[in-house]
Design a protein around this ligand. Structure first.
Ligand code: ZN
Length: 200
């Protein structure tokens, strides 16, 4: 069922640290229908463990016929007893690379820009990845907007520029991940220095 798990005799634990160098998780593969072209594609499911967080299921789909791909993240556990709000101050390229688990109930906010991305599908990304995705989302409708509503388009253009300045780390900024189900997480590169990691 799974590909290259027999490389050595050492048994693979079901849950693996996602940052482990010998990243080689147990993968379950299932043929499944492509939502794009309706040919047969392949869904791969694997369990993985995110350090200092918990186990999650990563589901990735790929269609060899039309090239469609997507990946989704689902918490392997139940709803947590408490919601979480992570507020992290982003100052360095290392902060930009912090891993973010965004569950399908989590909203992401950047207070200095009054920006909020509502919950969507669960995903595993980084701070940089989340901002880049938000820029892509805003850019997507700009050509149409410039025709239909040039005034709004111009305002969004200015906003996109501000988002791009965040990526360049021109000034430190806060990023908030707010998840009432408690299944989101922002990696802390300094796990034992609580002064740099604000729990609200
Ligand atoms: Zn397809």
């Amino acid at each position: 069922m799974s590909g290259d798990t027999e490389k050595d005799a050492k048994p693979n634990p079901l849950f693996r640290d996602i940052t482990a160098d010998d990243y080689d998780p147990e993968i379950t593969e299932m043929a499944s229908l492509c939502v794009n072209c309706e040919e047969e594609g392949m869904t791969r499911l694997f369990l993985t463990k995110i350090p200092f967080f918990r186990e999650v299921i990563v589901s990735s789909f790929q269609c060899d016929h039309c090239g469609m791909r997507n990946a989704e993240l689902m918490p392997a556990g139940r709803l947590q007893d408490k919601g979480v709000v992570y507020k992290v101050n982003i100052q360095t390229p290392q902060d930009m690379n912090r891993q973010v688990v965004q569950s399908q109930s989590a909203a992401v906010r950047i207070p200095c820009l009054e920006f909020e991305a509502p919950p969507k599908k669960g995903l595993l990304s980084t701070v940089e990845g989340i901002i880049s995705q938000a820029i892509d989302d805003l850019n997507q409708c700009q050509p149409l907007r410039k025709v239909q509503d040039p005034e709004v388009a111009a305002k969004i253009e200015v906003f996109i520029e501000k988002m791009q300045n965040l990526l360049k780390l021109e000034t430190p900024f806060d990023l908030v991940v707010d998840d009432p189900t408690g299944n989101s997480f922002v990696e802390n590169p300094y796990p034992f220095d609580f002064s740099v990691f604000a729990w609200l």
